[in-house]
Structure formats: C-alpha cells, structure tokens
Design a protein around this ligand. Structure first.
Ligand code: IMP
Ligand code: MG
Length: 182
C-alpha cells in the first residue's frame, strides 16, 4: 500500500463489482434507446472508472471528454468549477451519460447539468463512483452512485490530491498529515 494512504476504501476486486453493477444499471436504462447515448468522462478524476464502465456495458455508446477543474492543491472545492477542455461532440438532441468520480459539494454536477441541458441534450443521466452526501452545498444527486462515503479525502483509481495518487489501482483514505502539514 502507498505510504500516504491510511486505509483502503475499495479494493480492485470491489471496484470491479461496483463497475459491473453500474454498467448493468445503464444497460437496463438504455437497452431500448432509439439512439446511441453519448458517455462523457469528467476529467481527470473519472478517467479510470469511465474506461472500465463503458467496456463493461453491453449497450454501445459514443464517448467524449471534458476537463473540469475545481481545486488547486487543496482538499476543498473552490466552488466555481472551470472548464479547462470542452467536449468535441455536440450534445444537442443526445442522451448524455455523465460519468463522475465523486459528487461532493455538487457544484461540478450543477455546472455540467446546466451546460449540457443548456446545449439542448435530450436527456441527462449521471453515474458517479462515489457520493459524499454530508458535504453537499447544492441539492443535486447522481442518478446512480456506486458507493457512499463520509467526510474523508480519498485518492486512487483516478482520484488525486494535488495531481498525485491517480494511478493507484485501489481507492484509499489519504492520511491527514499529508494535506494538513502544508
Ligand atoms: P464538487 O464540485 O464539490 O461536487 O466536487 C467534485 C470534484 O471534486 C470531484 O469530481 C473530484 O474531482 C473532487 N473531489 C471531491 N472529493 C474528493 C476526494 O475525496 N478526493 C479527491 N477528489 C475529490
Ligand atoms: Mg479532481
């Protein structure tokens, strides 16, 4: 285990199970869809989850990416997410599946929903690997959240602290001393 990680929240095996369940939920929802849904990865945090999720689905989807940044090197969201890289595809008339790593304050999700619905998407479905309901600042939620956690800062499987730890294959709680000494 990485020396900065206090304990493991999801092992690789548990992640695989969560991914399978989320993919099955999406398949059930979109199996009879009249068009190919557009799955969007909110980068960078959701990238690992996204790649595993779309490959676990039976339903064919198109994929696109958007980079949204809400933190500097902190563990608290700045409140105003910034679009660093926009989508390549048009979402007008599309069934959009937004894939998130965590819904925390909810600010990112609200920003994404307003943007994507504002561009004329036909539907908007959110799948998130984690949900931190205790930290919500705006009343939104994912349509499907794989795992609920308390007010802990977690890293790995795409999730970072100051751009580090994203490549860990599991998800763990970051030791407080790592971010509190700064
Ligand atoms: P929100 O806009 O506050 O909901 O924040 C969403 C984003 O903050 C997520 O997509 C993550 O990138 C990041 N985030 C929130 N909590 C954590 C965490 O515990 N570890 C790593 N990133 C987090
Ligand atoms: Mg992030």
């Amino acid at each position: 285990m990485n020396k900065d990680v206090e304990s493991v929240v999801l092992t690789e095996e548990q992640i695989r199970e969560k991914v399978q369940a989320a993919a099955a939920w999406l398949d059930a929802k979109f199996a009879k869809s009249s068009q190919t849904p557009l799955a969007i990865s909110v980068l960078k945090g959701s990238v690992m989850f996204f790649c595993d999720l779309v490959r676990a689905m039976q339903t064919p989807v198109q994929i696109d990416f958007m980079t949204v940044s809400s933190y500097g090197a902190q563990t608290e969201s700045s409140g105003m997410p910034k679009i660093v890289m926009d989508l390549a595809a048009s979402v007008a008339g599309r069934d959009v599946i937004l894939v998130e790593d965590i819904v925390d304050s909810g600010n990112t999700l609200v920003t994404m929903r307003n943007l994507i619905m504002g561009r004329g998407a036909r539907s908007f479905t959110v799948v998130s690997l984690f949900d931190k309901p205790a930290r919500r600042a705006v009343p939104v939620q994912a349509d499907y959240a794989c795992f609920e956690i308390g007010d802990e800062f977690i890293v790995g499987y795409g999730l970072d602290y100051a751009q580090q730890y994203r490549t860990l294959p599991y998800v763990g709680i970051l030791k407080r001393e790592v971010y509190e000494k700064k």
